[in-house]
Write a protein that binds this ligand. Structure first.
Ligand code: GTP
Ligand code: SPV
Ligand code: MN
Length: 606
């Protein structure tokens, strides 16, 4: 069977789009082409097809209405950073922290792999909008995919279907995403970005950020390169609205590496004592922020996405009640365990695993705790509207003004619970030097500290030194810059126990930041930045020993010396594009740590 490739049989007024779809169809030779319209009817019919094909398993409709389970290939359970490439004309444009491959050669190789690759399959043409509909900051992407699972995920994660074709109109300006699962063989897996063509070709994986091209590929890697050209920032950040007891709304954005707490903080439940005082939190976004300078000189953020692709393990009614509510219906689950009555289960759900649990491979669970029932990177896909604390500004075309940028990593040592930078440049330095323990979100070793500047190491679509320079340069346009902080929810004591309870309690740290933003309290200076006076942290209703707080806030010069050595290695690796201002701050901080009494940085009290 040959699909009709005439432009008039396509669903678009864009000749460029019709021609491009025809070109990819001639290469991949699918049996059928399905243009996604994003309707409810389409969702029902694609879901039924996926169930019939064994791609989705219906869950118990009485317990989890509208929910399905997908098990991915065991070889394909996380992003594969070593197989992810930035294909710019020169290697220097991609920079030393990215894998680089020459565009022409890469296209040639991928065309070879894709030749006839969709024979017998359906090609889904998935049009989508990143950003609120009607926003002047929104962008159109088209993902061509042979995976019905990807098409269904894209309907949750983006504004997908007719709205995107309407926005595109006759224009030829859209991100061109080609995705083909091939045979899911890691030897024929590559995720390639061509910023100069606004194009992404991803083959050989059907999982997460490798396959949902709207997410890391477009909204971060391609968008970061566009942002540099156009004077804005595409960042791996959640966006959160905090309402204080006085009723003031403050918006903050926070960059933590993968599986380091963005989704949790984005919908954090205030601890009872703070809730009683009137603290409220609502969610704008949980993973990606596009930041621009407004006419008022502030930094404004939109969330390009429309849903959440969140880590399941660790999510419980206690740690994240809002997430538990939102995944109660109309959600997809990938690689979680299944109970005999057709519900889901994962480690850290804080419900005893029932007898007869089926693990993520589809086998009876061994009950051996070393054998996880749910894959550590198992996830839920759920629409933003399912979130009981979605912000009323989540679809605001202008976004929200950001008062604080928070960087944070997963660090057993060194990093205090919170640090305040003295100004924008110092804040950029904090982000540029941050490190974090690796997690199951990407394949490879877990728990190894690596430099992950601004949580963008795997997601920056251009040279990291130029990226730092772009951040520094942005300050000229931001006349009212946000304050910049660093946090660490993951510091441990000598017995390996977390010093800070985390989750909802993190709002106490955000409360301190708001006090700093509004000049209500002073910070204690350390060589690394400002830390709270413990008396200024709202610890009402929290049982925590004063000594534990002191340990959580401590800045140890010896640890910081090692930290600056490690940052120096990254700066050296970046080499010629590394901004002088950041090198100078590193040298100054290092030198101050050598002083018999380490000197505090310039005063930030206010
Ligand atoms: P990506 O979706 O990969 O970008 O991850 P994320 O940054 O959104 O991380 P997420 O909020 O999903 O959390 C990842 C893991 O860290 C989960 O297992 C959480 O339960 C756990 N976690 C989140 N916040 C905290 C915290 O404050 N303290 C502790 N100890 N664990 C946390
Ligand atoms: C991350 O790894 O940061 C994620 C999950 O948000 S994925 O979409 O797979 O990249
Ligand atoms: Mn993420």
């Amino acid at each position: 069977m040959t699909p009709d490739l005439r432009p008039e049989s396509s669903n678009t007024q864009s000749r460029n789009l019709a021609q491009w779809v025809a070109e990819i169809a001639r290469l991949t030779t699918p049996d059928r082409i399905h243009w996604c319209d994003g309707s409810e009817a389409e969702k029902r019919s694609l879901t039924q097809q996926a169930v019939d094909a064994g791609v989705l398993i219906p869950l118990n409709p009485a317990k989890r209405p509208g929910c399905y389970l997908h098990r991915s290939d065991p070889n394909d359970v996380a992003r594969t950073e070593q197989l992810t490439f930035i294909c710019t004309p020169t290697k220097a444009e991609a920079g030393p922290t990215n894998n680089w491959a020459a565009p022409d050669e890469t296209y040639r190789k991928l065309r070879g792999w894709l030749d006839g690759s969709m024979r017998g399959r359906t090609m889904y043409v998935v049009p989508y909008v990143l950003g609120p509909l009607g926003s002047r900051f929104a962008k159109v992407g088209i993902e061509i995919t042979d995976s019905v699972y990807v098409a269904l995920n894209m309907q949750i994660m983006t504004r997908m279907g007719k709205a995107a074709l309407d926005m595109l109109g006759a224009s030829g300006e859209f991100n061109r995403g080609v995705h083909c699962t091939l045979d899911l063989n890691p030897d024929r897996r590559l995720i390639c970005h061509f910023p100069q063509d606004n194009a992404i070709w991803s083959v050989g994986s059907g999982y997460g950020g490798n396959a949902l091209l709207s997410k890391k590929c477009f909204a971060l890697r391609i968008a970061s390169a566009v942002g540099r050209r156009e004077g804005w920032l595409a960042e791996h950040m959640l966006i959160l609205e905090i309402t204080s007891p006085q009723g003031e709304s403050t918006y903050v954005a926070a960059a933590f590496p993968s599986a380091c707490g963005k989704t949790n903080l984005a919908m954090v439940t205030p601890p009872p004592a703070m809730a009683a005082k009137g603290w409220r939190v609502s969610t704008l976004g949980d993973d990606i922020a596009w930041l621009r300078v407004g006419a008022d000189g502030r930094l404004w953020a939109i969330n390009p996405e429309n849903g959440y692709f969140g880590v399941a393990p660790g999510t419980s009614a206690k740690s994240n009640p809002n997430a538990m509510k939102m995944v109660g219906h109309d959600s997809l689950f990938t690689n979680v365990a299944m109970t005999p009555d057709g519900d889901v289960w994962w480690e850290g759900m804080e419900i005893d695993p029932p007898a007869g649990l089926i693990d993520w491979h589809g086998k009876p669970w061994s009950r051996n705790p070393a054998d996880k029932a749910a894959h550590p990177n198992s996830r839920f896909t759920t629409p933003m509207v399912n979130n009981p604390v979605m912000s009323s500004h989540a679809n605001d075309p202008e976004g929200v003004p950001i008062s604080a940028i928070i960087f944070g990593g997963r660090r057993a040592t060194t990093m205090p619970l919170v640090l305040e930078s003295s100004d924008w440049t110092h804040g950029v330095f904090m982000g540029a030097t941050m490190g974090s323990e690796t997690t199951a979100a990407a394949t490879g070793a877990v728990g190894v500290v690596r430099r992950d500047p601004m949580a963008m190491l795997p997601f920056c679509g251009y040279n990291m030194g130029d990226y730092f320079a772009h951040w520094l340069e942005m300050r000229k346009a931001i006349s009212r810059p946000p304050k910049v902080f660093m946090v660490n929810w993951f510091r441990k004591d000598a017995d390996g126990k977390f010093l800070w309870p985390g989750y909802g309690e993190n709002l106490r740290v955000l409360g301190w930041m708001l006090d700093r933003i509004h000049g209500r309290v002073r910070a204690i200076e350390t060589p690394a930045g400002g830390v709270p006076n413990p008396a200024d942290l709202d610890l009402s209703g929290l049982e925590i020993a004063p000594d534990t707080i002191r340990q959580a806030l401590a800045v140890d010069p010896k640890e910081w010396k090692a930290e600056m050595e490690s940052a120096g290695e990254l700066f050296d690796k970046i080499g010629p594009t590394m901004p002088a201002d950041l090198k100078r701050l590193r040298a100054e901080l290092s030198a101050s740590l050598d002083a018999p009494t380490p000197l505090p940085r310039a005063a930030t009290a206010g």
